[in-house]
Design a protein around this ligand. Structure first.
Ligand SMILES: Cc1cc2nc3c(=O)[nH]c(=O)nc-3n(C[C@H](O)[C@H](O)[C@H](O)COP(=O)(O)O)c2cc1C
Length: 397
């Protein structure tokens, strides 16, 4: 029985996916996460929701952002609110984009494509992972040219350079080099659940899939997601478990010399490293702890953002991710020094919760919350958010 079911779970799938059930609205990331927990097999939910170690890093990303408070202001002119944000020489409709996430289509078939379409529809940047479930060329096209390719140095540095050349040839103008995975973080939920690549199905997985038939049938119909950038002759080119230590300072110099477009370094938590990266000629830095998925004992990303802003100076482009769950969080990140924010898990929760429509609903959630927060703090344009928007007095213990 198991082998029969698994034999169908092949790339390509059975065709004709059953339609998604009518689903409730998504009032918040919290609601999307709760629905995702019901609808996804445990194995998949934990892969998305989980983090390294005791998950204290993940928890502090969220709790440290929650402790930051905004200063309400009254009687300001906030009838019309602008979310337009300039970043790396481009105007975007909103102050956030989508973080690069590998194996997105595990959340729901077609997640990568739905997020690329969202990026085109609303003019926001889309991070396309090395481990995307859809080829990087197709995602750039679906995003209308708004995608940024995220590079991991898996395997040799020559292979990584070849992948960056492929991205350039496809037309990408922005590359994100992720540097916080010298080794894959240990994520106990994945170990406990037997989440491995390549995947080896056990009786427990079968029960997990069988008790989540909606996800399982749709995934069966569409085919199990693959590492789409490594198909055909290139099929063995990505080993998720291999160390990614090829991403070092020498590689950065080589990449900087070869990549003509904008270069962003993602996964930076040290002001000293940030200053050196700026000196090496990178165009932007993404302050991130990978959503707590790498080093459990790392500081929360929001805790180090002000020091990195201070170190690189007011004009240097800074991105931020890790722990963003609400529109208020995006306003707070901007007030603490970020020019643009990337949102990760909330979009996967939303797609898992309500299917492809989840992309638009989560987008509406964030934009609505940002506008409401700005109105309350008396700011008519997100570009005008500064540290003056923060509530400065110490909170009671
Ligand atoms: C399921 C999943 C897969 C991810 N895959 C990648 C990846 O391939 N490359 C990368 O640079 N970051 C990856 N990340 C990290 C995100 O880009 C981002 O840093 C993180 O999700 C931000 O934290 P948040 O989810 O709490 O918003 C992944 C995160 C998740 C949840």
């Amino acid at each position: 029985m198991i082998s029969v079911m698994f034999s169908f779970m092949t790339p390509g799938g059975l065709g004709a996916a059953p339609a998604f059930k009518p689903s409730p609205a998504l009032p918040s990331t919290r609601d999307a996460r709760a629905l995702a927990a019901q609808r996804l097999p445990r194995l998949i939910y934990d892969f998305i929701d989980g983090a390294a170690g005791e998950e204290l890093g993940l928890a502090s990303n969220i709790s440290d952002l929650q402790r930051v408070r905004l200063q309400p202001r009254s009687l300001a002119e906030v009838n019309s609110i602008s979310l337009t944000t300039s970043f790396l020489g481009q105007d975007w409709d909103v102050p956030f984009g989508i973080a690069p996430m590998g194996m997105c289509d595990l959340a729901w078939p077609g997640t990568d494509r739905a997020l690329a379409a969202l990026s085109q529809r609303h003019n926001l940047p889309l991070g396309v992972s090395t481990a995307s479930s859809t080829p990087l060329e197709e995602l750039l096209r679906l995003s209308g040219g708004r995608a940024w390719f995220q590079l991991y140095v898996t395997g040799s540095t020559q292979e990584a350079m070849a992948l960056s050349s492929r991205a350039a040839k496809a037309g990408y103008d922005t590359l994100i080099l992720t540097v916080d995975v010298p080794r894959l973080g240990k994520r106990p939920r994945d170990v406990r659940n037997g989440f491995t690549t390549p995947f080896r199905m056990t009786a427990r997985h079968f029960m997990d899939f069988a008790t989540h038939p909606h996800w399982s049938l749709n995934t069966l119909a569409s085919g199990l997601p693959t590492m789409a950038n490594f198909s055909g002759a290139n099929a063995k080119g990505y080993d998720r478990n291999a160390p990614r230590t090829g991403a070092n300072w020498a590689f950065l110099q080589e990449l900087r010399a070869a990549w003509r477009g904008k270069l962003i370094i993602k996964g930076v938590l040290s002001a000293e490293d940030a200053v050196r990266m700026k000196a090496e000629g990178v165009d932007a830095i993404c302050v991130s702890n990978h959503g707590g998925r790498q080093l459990d004992s790392a500081p929360s990303a929001i805790a180090v953002l002000p020091a990195i802003r201070q170190a690189v100076g007011p004009a240097f482009p800074l991105l931020f991710d890790s722990g963003i769950r609400t529109g208020d969080d995006i306003v707070k990140a901007r007030a603490l020094g970020a020019d643009m924010v990337l949102v990760g898990r909330p979009f996967l929760y939303a797609l898992a919760a309500v299917g492809p429509a989840g992309a638009e609903r989560m987008y509406n959630c964030f934009t609505g919350e940002i506008e409401t927060a700005l109105a309350q703090i008396g700011i008519a344009a997100v570009s005008a958010v500064t540290s003056a928007c923060l509530y400065q007095a110490p909170l009671p213990a």
